[in-house]
Design a protein around this ligand. Structure first.
Ligand SMILES: Cc1cc2nc3c(=O)[nH]c(=O)nc-3n(C[C@H](O)[C@H](O)[C@H](O)COP(=O)(O)O)c2cc1C
Length: 222
């Protein structure tokens, strides 16, 4: 698979089969992803790749909290600016309408949306997950480094025939994740990532992108 195909075939997959992902494949992907760039090569990501019993335990703990109606954890970072201005706000609404519309869920049906969103904490059925932490002391450039690392992981997963879904949703259950992974206290959970083989029977809509002239400018003097 060439890089263009990896980029364009990667999408947030929200339905996986229970086919296990071989440990050697995960090791190959994560070893290659370690070559991701970072400012001054400080490599600020800290990733935990979790499968089997420990992942089942994380899903179980999150599921029990959902079933009990426990409040979410406050994420340890602001996931979006408190007032999301145009055009970002409109793009976010369009995404929500598309995602839940594809599932036949009406905009005002908050309960059904919540139910669909709760699949996040089962990793959409995926048998593997990556939990990505960052040191609390890091600033915006290092968060960007972590983003590059995660995209590198996702592209390499495509090269292995695997799919993924990055999930900030896991930051809302960071204490449950920490109970199982016991990360050092200086780390905060940025996101999880479901990893596995796509369930091709699961419905999905391909999320679009803004017209290029909204996000890109060529400046060549002509
Ligand atoms: C950092 C990050 C966090 C995300 N968190 C979630 C999440 O919690 N749940 C989810 O279903 N999708 C999540 N997504 C997936 C985005 O919704 C998705 O990437 C976006 O809508 C574009 O769609 P595409 O990736 O399928 O092209 C996240 C993506 C990123 C990059």
């Amino acid at each position: 698979m060439d890089v263009y195909e990896a980029v364009t075939s990667r999408r947030a997959v929200r339905g996986f089969t229970d086919r296990q992902v071989p440990r050697e494949t995960l090791e190959r992907v994560l070893s290659a992803a370690a070559w991701s760039p970072s400012g001054s090569n400080i490599q600020p990501w800290r990733a935990y790749v979790v499968t089997g019993g420990p992942l089942a335990e994380i899903k179980k703990r999150a599921g029990e909290r959902l079933a009990a109606g426990d409040p979410w954890d406050e994420p340890e970072y602001e996931q979006y600016p408190p007032t999301l201005k145009a055009p970002y706000c409109e793009r976010r609404s369009a995404f929500g309408a598309q995602r839940y519309g594809a599932l036949g869920i009406a905009r005002e049906d908050l309960e059904a949306r919540q139910r669909a969103a709760s699949a996040n904490w089962d990793c959409f059925g995926a048998p593997a997950a990556l939990f990505c932490y960052i040191d609390r002391g890091m600033g915006a450039p290092q968060w960007a480094d972590v983003g590059m690392y995660l995209q590198t992981v996702m592209l390499l997963l495509r090269a292995e025939g695997l799919h993924s879904c990055p999930q900030m949703a896991w930051a809302k259950f960071h204490t449950s994740v920490a109970e199982v992974l016991s990360p050092p206290s200086e780390l905060m959970l940025f996101c999880g990532m479901s990893i596995g083989f796509e369930d091709v029977a699961a419905d999905h809509a391909r999320t679009g992108r803004a017209p290029l002239d909204e996000t890109l400018m060529f400046v060549d003097g002509s």
